[in-house]
Write a protein that binds this ligand. Structure first.
Ligand SMILES: C[S@@+](CC[C@H](N)C(=O)[O-])C[C@H]1O[C@@H](n2cnc3c(N)ncnc32)[C@H](O)[C@@H]1O
Length: 491
């Protein structure tokens, strides 16, 4: 590993040397527990577990050449992380489910993130980028940490995501906080695909004119154009002279009916993406701190090309993963929270080509995304609060179907009003018709809403079940109860 010469050093309590982070972190075995779709060649990975240990294992995979972009280069082309911001808050889902606690503060928070950033840097491809999503309370601290981990020379941008007015409170004694800060660093070089946004302007708006050939344009001052450049632009018909004979430069605009579209190069202030409170119903997962897909889509398009590998080590509701999936990128997601992992599973299994996100090849409009759920094993009880499920499993002679009739589904958790009603906490049911005894392979997937419409009955042709079948019932907290059963001779 190369060491950098520095003229300053960041010191705080509990800071450990980089060599110790890289050498002494113990990797967690990643055991595949569920597979969703085909796994020939590369399969995207969702890892349920603490990210430090999982990152160390991914580093081993990189060294062995098992963590690659489609073009064969080793390592991750884009890391995006949106870690807890040291808010000292508990985050809950829309039905009051605990998502995660954000407790670390001060030096402990800095060291928590620095350790992960050191491992992430090693996981990145040489032309890989890292985007770290923070707010104004911690961004300045983490920028100094990132300067020390990546080198100041590898800093690219601090992007201001101005997510729109939540309205200043009348009693507030300062400006309302309406932005997050996203720090962008490279490992040693990076991909940069420029982004333009089309601003729509009604034809006839002051400052926008129609040329003699019918094209619309706006003008801007000549700035530092030399006389030579001005004569070249005059020949191209790009110079406009005002009544006072002042030279201005013409910029032509696209048209869409009564509208003009001005393509503007996106800079480091992003104010055209509203926050998650304004998401459409189809995008809302109910997971707290969910970010908009449009934001992740912009980051991914900027710093990667199709087939590149995207890693989110604090995946939450899986926004980066869903955006990567829709944009034809490979992805790896890690989260230690049960609710997060369940939210991601459900989200990725229902990902379809989206109107908001450009999907030129329409690759993702059919079937669930192929990915594997790994559990990073460090001990502990993965599913301590399994829900209570009562189902009848039967064979329907008339239709030659196997039938699962769910009669009762309750969770241990209590709502503010007391016990949840029957089915109120059911989230999904997944089936493997041909369970191999080790890894669950998804064959059927049903959401609670679909099941309600079917009277909580699932049917599938009996000849699909060749050996054991495995049924996994999940509640809205991400707790699972599974059944494995052999189909006895029938018909
Ligand atoms: C702010 S949320 C991420 C939200 C995400 N960007 C989205 O759009 O949904 C942070 C996530 O980090 C996870 N997390 C916190 N500490 C972690 C750790 N040490 N290992 C893995 N995941 C962790 C939490 O469970 C939480 O889901």
């Amino acid at each position: 590993m190369k060491t950098r010469k520095r003229d300053s050093e960041l010191v705080y309590a509990g800071k450990v040397p980089e060599t110790s982070i890289l050498e002494n972190t113990v990797g967690a075995p990643l055991e595949p527990v569920k597979r969703f779709g085909g796994t020939k060649g590369w399969a995207n990975m969702l890892v349920s577990g603490e990210n430090m240990a999982a990152l160390k294992t991914l580093l081993e995979m990189k060294r062995e050449g098992r963590l690659k972009n489609t073009d064969g280069t080793r390592g991750v082309r884009l890391v995006y992380i949106d870690p807890p911001f040291s808010t000292n808050l508990k985050f809950k889902g829309k039905k009051d489910q605990l998502a995660y606690e954000d407790k670390l503060a001060g030096a402990e928070f800095l060291e928590f993130l620095r350790k992960r950033l050191v491992l992430l840097r090693e996981l990145m491809a040489e032309d890989g980028s890292v985007f770290v999503h923070l707010d104004s309370k911690k961004a300045h601290h983490i920028k100094v940490v990132m300067d020390s981990v990546f080198g100041e020379e590898n800093f690219l941008n601090d992007i201001i995501w101005s997510y729109g007015g939540r309205g200043a409170k009348h009693i507030s004694s300062k400006f309302s906080r309406n932005h997050d800060i996203i720090l962008w660093y490279q490992r040693s070089s990076h991909i940069f695909n420029r982004t333009f946004v089309g601003k729509r302007i009604k034809k006839g708006t002051a400052g926008f004119r129609e040329d003699s050939d019918g094209r619309w344009f706006k003008t801007s001052p000549r700035g530092d154009y030399t006389d030579k450049s001005i004569s070249a632009l005059t020949k191209e018909g790009r110079v406009y002279r005002t009544k006072n004979n002042t030279v201005r430069i013409k910029y032509y605009l696209r048209e869409d009916g009564d509208w003009l579209i001005e393509d503007k190069l996106v800079g480091d202030v992003w104010d055209d993406i509203p926050d998650a409170m304004h998401l459409g119903e189809s995008e809302k997962t109910g997971y707290p701190t969910q970010k908009p897909e449009a934001l992740l889509s912009r980051i991914i398009k900027t710093a990667t090309n199709e087939g590149d590998l995207v890693l989110d080590a604090f995946a939450g509701a899986g926004t980066a993963l869903a955006a990567a999936e829709k944009l034809g990128r490979r992805w790896v997601g890690i989260d230690s929270g049960r609710l997060a992992v369940h939210t991601i599973e459900k989200r990725l299994l229902t990902v379809k080509g989206s109107k908001e996100i450009e999907d030129p090849k329409k690759r993702y409009s059919k079937g669930p995304s192929p990915f594997t759920l790994f559990e990073a094993h460090e001990g502990g009880c993965a599913h301590c609060e399994e829900p209570l499920v009562k189902s009848d499993y039967s064979y329907d002679e008339d239709t030659d179907d196997l039938v699962i009739k769910i009669k009762k589904f309750t969770s241990h958790a209590r709502s503010a009003k007391g016990r949840f009603k029957n089915f109120e906490t059911l989230s999904t049911v997944m089936i493997d018709y041909d369970f191999d005894g080790e890894v669950f392979n998804l064959c059927g997937f049903f959401t609670a809403r679909e099941l309600e419409g079917k009277g909580y009955e699932i049917r599938f042709p009996a000849d699909k079940a060749r050996g054991e079948i495995m049924v996994i019932y999940s509640d809205i907290f991400g707790n699972e109860k599974w059944f494995v059963g052999e189909v006895l001779a029938h018909g």
